[in-house]
Design a protein around this ligand. Structure first.
Ligand SMILES: *Cc1c(COP(=O)(O)O)cnc(C)c1O
Length: 230
């Protein structure tokens, strides 16, 4: 318990300092505590220490924790790769899905959100480095995807997310974070009015200060709060 509390205090202070250093309002950057592989008991300790947004990578794992912790007023985000056949489950569980990267997945989510009478908030995951092994849409195709999704009535696009290469190596990821910010600006100018572009989900344990400096509004931090994953 104390370890999580101390780690959180440290992370929040570092986030605040990074924001102030580049003249940003510290309240404009939110912490998503990444809880993949972390036990429900430890997640609860985190909530009691003040975490209010939790990020999960796997639908089934998240489902159990969300059910067990449903009496706590926290928000759950999905940050992992989402398969279309899990879309139905994801709709009922997550306030924000960070990882939409195809129109096929978007259409499936839209259909399921409609059936649940819900507007699902999403981010578009961009493969900003173009690595073949990475999830995410090609930056060149992102505006078109955003336009297509903008026409779906039960999805609400809120911004962009990325996983850069060399993550956790701050000096090497900086150009990728900057590129995502530039893409956000371009899309903001050209996207239909139904699309919002206020969120930028980028930065993890080893590089979140660089991400804040480049405009992140959501940083996703696991290891630095809960310790190494086994
Ligand atoms: C695991 C994970 C994180 C957190 O990474 P840490 O280095 O443990 O902070 C952030 N984002 C995504 C998409 C992840 O899968």
């Amino acid at each position: 318990m104390e370890d999580i509390k101390d780690a959180l205090t440290d992370i929040r202070e570092r986030m605040r300092r990074a924001a102030v250093a580049c003249h940003r309002d510290p309240d404009s950057v939110k912490l998503v505590a990444v809880t993949k592989t972390v036990s429900t008991e430890r997640v609860l300790e985190g909530i009691q220490a003040g975490i209010s947004i939790l990020g999960e990578n796997y639908v089934q794992e998240a489902q159990k924790k969300i059910e067990a912790l449903k009496s706590y007023p926290v928000s759950w985000h999905f940050i992992g790769h989402l398969q279309s056949n899990k879309a139905r489950h994801a709709i009922g569980l997550f306030d924000l899905i960070h990882s939409v990267d195809s129109f096929k997945l978007a259409k499936e989510l839209d259909k399921r959100a409609k059936a649940a009478a819900k507007i699902q908030k999403i981010l578009i995951q961009v493969n900003i480095s173009g690595e073949e092994t990475k999830s995410g849409i090609d930056p060149v195709q992102t505006l078109q995807l955003v336009r297509d999704i903008g026409a779906l009535e039960h999805l609400s696009v809120r911004g962009l997310m990325t996983m850069p290469p060399f993550f956790n190596a701050p000096e090497r990821v900086q150009p990728y974070f900057r590129a995502l910010k530039e893409l956000q600006n371009r899309i903001r100018e050209a996207a239909p009015p139904t699309v919002m572009m206020e969120e930028l989900s980028m930065g993890m344990s080893g590089d979140f200060e660089t991400a804040v400096q480049e405009g992140a509004t959501l940083v996703r931090i696991g290891t630095s709060i809960f310790g190494r994953r086994s």
